[in-house]
Design a protein around this ligand. Structure first.
Ligand code: AGP
Length: 607
């Protein structure tokens, strides 16, 4: 998704903007640009396809400026070209944008903007519209307010006016923007990672408010010009926690951060051996009142939800449905005020999940969200929010966020079992004790299996296809494993219910095809192994993941990866690490950039 940064202050704006853009690279992009208002109040603008490093080479170091804006573009409307890169100019207006203006064609026709357009983007129409009103009212704030009043869709704008020196104007609807001020000046950005080098105190720009920042400070007003007080937030992050910490990639760093992320997320929510959500003010009365649960998310967060569903249904006999957020709205969902909706999202900005939240609330459901980014849009619109404490997850491939999402779902499920009398307090204490031990099983895979997996990955790197199979919870684990491999190695990987293979897909199994078979659920172990024998008999190269001590015969296993002996419900934690490392080392063997895989963005803020 696009990255935005704006600055006005005492520092040289060019380097500030550039370093901010580098911090935002993880969001995924294909071109970059910046605009500076120089000390002689000239506009200096440079933009091009490619990496921020390529943009850096184009910048004239002699330019003196203390005010500017920068952008990394993830193309939606218009191809990946220098012209379509942001910022876009119209008259005195210089603008960059994250989001989609859905009615840009209509506006283009209504105002005749096509004649003067130079790009194929929706964004340029927004710049033209603001300039149209600016020429008439000569007031930046009024011009912006009148223009956005006509816009449909999502936007986060950063705007310069070439005849208003030193000032950056910002406004948002749906797409994210955070702002901060400190002794070096005032900043605005798509997310905190671009600001953390300067301050850890920030606020989320409220939707439909107008922020004006310059080197002396910030003013925040509503669209009628009335002052608005920002809600400041603070995080314990620092720039080190957002850097690689000596690892070759953010992804590997974040894989190895999982024990501490798990501990930070789980430990504070256990009191007297029982799960405790008093901090989140989630009442037991709510957990007792609903008659079904709907879990809604995307990608890895969705697969975390599948694990949560398994636990809630298998152990608690509670009806749970898991929905893909982008499908949820068009089902249409059968939910009401007796439904508890759980929205899971690392970024808290995934637009499909945000839209699902809004629909769920319209239909009367109560929403609890599980979010990693404090103050994000989904967090702010939920009835209750349970923050995971994974810290900044920079790699596009989600690892530690998945781990802590599952840990929160386990804590919440345990609280539900307790509140509804499904388990006794003693039974819940035992469950929570097992959960606490999961941190050790995560660490044991990191310490004892990484080398074996790294060697195995060198074999996988030459494959074009791979299958991940399992039954029950093992099937849910395989969904995330296949996604991890796909998204960073570009190997076509497919997760399949092991028992379903015979109904068609086994026709794809041929000599040498790698099959990652997950067999950690004791109750169905033999069933799974019989399916594994079927693929082995057809030439598959079987990578079998089992609990320690399981004998894996040659007729169904080529490589066995063992995880610690833990209760079936808790094998997800060590297995997740195995599958993450397998994907990471396969991508490493292929020489790919697993932090910024092609076509992908860290947070999908457009539909
Ligand atoms: C997973 O590795 C991907 N980064 C992607 O599937 C991600 O999980 C999905 O886009 C959801 O993002 P969110 O958790 O920020 O909502």
């Amino acid at each position: 998704m696009c990255g935005i940064i704006g600055y006005s202050g005492n520092l040289e704006a060019g380097p500030v903007i550039l370093s901010g853009l580098k911090q935002l690279e993880y969001r995924g992009y294909d071109s970059a640009g910046m605009a500076l208002l120089t000390e002689s109040n000239e506009l200096y603008l440079v933009k091009k396809v490619g990496r921020v490093a390529a943009l850096e080479k184009e910048i004239d170091p002699s330019i003196l400026s203390h005010c500017g804006i920068g952008h990394t573009r993830w193309a939606t409307h218009g191809g990946v070209t220098d012209t379509n890169a942001h910022p876009h100019c119209a008259g005195k207006v210089v603008l960059l944008h994250n989001g989609i203006i859905e009615n840009y064609h209509t506006l283009q026709k209504q105002f005749g903007f096509a004649q003067t357009a130079v790009s194929q983007t929706d964004t340029e129409v927004a710049a033209q519209l603001i300039d149209y009103y600016y020429n008439r009212c000569k007031n930046p704030q009024q011009a912006i307010c009148r223009a956005v009043d006509l816009l449909e869709g999502s936007y986060a704008f950063c705007i310069l006016f070439t005849d208003v020196p030193g000032k950056v104007f910002c406004i948002r609807s749906v797409s994210p923007l955070v702002a901060a001020s400190c002794e070096q000046g005032c900043f605005v950005a798509s997310d905190l990672t671009a600001l953390i080098a300067y301050t850890n105190r920030y606020f989320v720009l409220p939707e439909h408010t107008l922020l004006c920042l310059d080197r002396t400070g910030m003013t925040l007003t509503d669209l009628q010009g009335n002052p608005v007080d920002p809600d400041y937030l603070e995080v314990s992050w620092n720039i080190e926690s957002a850097q690689k910490g000596g690892y070759p990639h953010y992804m590997l760093k974040e894989i190895y951060e999982q024990p501490e992320a798990f501990n930070r997320t789980v430990t504070p929510r256990i009191r007297n051996g029982l799960p405790d959500f008093s901090e989140e003010k989630i009442p037991d009365s709510l957990l007792q009142s609903f008659d079904k649960i709907r879990i809604v998310a995307c990608g890895t967060a969705l697969y975390a939800g599948m694990i949560g569903r398994s636990l809630l249904e298998r152990k608690g006999k509670i009806p749970v449905e898991v929905s893909i957020a982008s499908e949820f709205r068009y089902d249409p969902p059968v939910i009401d005020d007796k439904t508890l909706v759980l929205i899971i999202s690392q970024s808290g900005e995934t637009i499909d999940s945000l839209a699902a939240l809004r629909l769920a609330k319209q239909l009367g459901a109560t929403v609890i969200s599980v979010i990693n980014v404090k103050g994000s849009s989904i967090a702010r619109e939920s009835d209750y929010v349970i923050y995971t404490h994974a810290g900044p997850e920079i790699s596009v491939a989600s690892t530690k966020a998945y781990m802590v999402q599952i840990s929160v779902l386990y804590l919440l499920a345990a609280r539900i079992f307790l509140a509804r009398g499904i388990l006794t307090p003693e039974e819940v204490r035992t469950f929570i004790g097992n959960l606490g031990n999961a941190e050790k099983s995560i660490s044991s895979v990191l310490e004892q299996r990484a080398e074996q997996i790294r060697h195995l990955a060198e074999k996988l790197a030459h494959c074009a296809h791979a299958f991940y199979i399992g039954r029950g919870m093992d099937y849910a684990f395989s969904m995330e494993g296949a996604l991890k491999l796909k998204e960073i190695t570009y190997i076509h990987a497919e997760a399949y219910a092991a028992g379903e293979l015979k109904h068609g897909t086994i026709s794809l199994i041929e000599e040498g095809i790698p099959v990652v078979a997950i067999a950690t659920q004791d109750s169905i172990f033999n069933k799974t192994i019989s399916n594994v024998r079927e693929v082995k008999a057809r030439g598959a190269f079987v990578i079998l993941i089992t609990k320690e001590g399981v004998h894996a015969a040659e007729d169904f296993c080529d490589i066995q990866i063992e995880i610690p002996q833990v209760d079936d419900f808790f094998t997800v934690f060590p297995i997740a690490v195995v599958l993450q490392l397998l994907a990471y080392y396969t991508a490493y063997a292929k020489g790919y950039d697993m932090d910024k895989p092609r076509n992908l963005a860290k947070s999908v803020t457009v539909e």
